[in-house]
Design a protein around this ligand. Sequence first.
Ligand code: 1HN
Length: 348
Amino acid sequence: MERLQEETTERLEFYQRLDGVHAAPLWAVLSQLVRPEPRSRCVPHKWDYAGMRSLLMEAGGLITAKEAERRVLVLENPGIRGLSQITQSLYSGLQLILPGEIAPSHRHAAAAMRLIVEGGGGYTAVNGERIPMAPGDFILTPSWTYHDHGNLGDEPVIWLDGLDLPIVNLFDASFAQTYPSGDVQEITRLAGDAQARYGSNMLPPEYVPDNKSSPLFHYPYARVKEALLQIGGADKLDPCHGIKLQYVNPVTGGYPMPTMAAYMQLLTAGFSGRPSRSTDATVYNVCEGAGVTLIGNERIEWSMGDVFIAPSWNTVAHQASERSVLFSFSDRAAQKALGLWREERLND
Ligand code: 1HN
């Protein structure tokens, strides 16, 4: 598939006539279209938390959350600037909400995942319920659910957003609406309602979901960390991933959203992981600890709060200098649903 033809003047003249009727010769582009293996335009990159935090706080002085609708610094992959994408399929950004602010309620076709990085007193309202935010918490706002955010505390609240916007836009399937009656959605459920109904290893009898997302919106960090530590004390580490757990939709046991997968992994102090690669480009956030991840030919040094990206089919090898916890998300759910996902462990 890597053939390149010698072009003659006769052929070039022919291509020009094709161009005039909105057609093109496949043989000139075939090797670009069909690659023997993934070769992403995206590159490995790290966004340093201290630097991004200070820019976010600066944004906090320039525009309110309400005026901005969402006060977010979009993380753009350096290989595909200008597209608001961190990978070919995913959007990601760091969002700030200051004490007393609200981010008005809206809904859209794109689904969102959030990982809280800093601050107490924040909440997201979804489906008539307010979900409190604490650092390390994983929060979902499924496709076409009204959601708004607020900060009832006295410190800035910052989180990492991950949305499947490029997938929705790939299909030209974007819809969006603002909440019809005011900035803040009506609260119709007690705090903890979804957790009680769907997050206690129980479900309402004969429960039939009305959409493809997890009915559980909140996966508190405290529980996830306790689980990782428990397993870490008993089990052998995975040579590539340490101790890694996958967030699930409790109704299906599958991914929490139809397009996106998310994970939390514990790396013990001194862990030196073997390389692996997969077709899902992965966005990481450092919840705790410090270390280095080798991604392709890049060496990414990370510490708490940093965000970094491993492009599709780049080898990834994590090393932790202290006990570390890494959150990550990717489009693995979409790729597996479409039968495209592949993984390879190297020198296992
Ligand atoms: C959105 O609704 C949020 O709800 C964050 O916090 C980022 C980026 C693009 C489109 C919608 C949010 C977003 C977004």
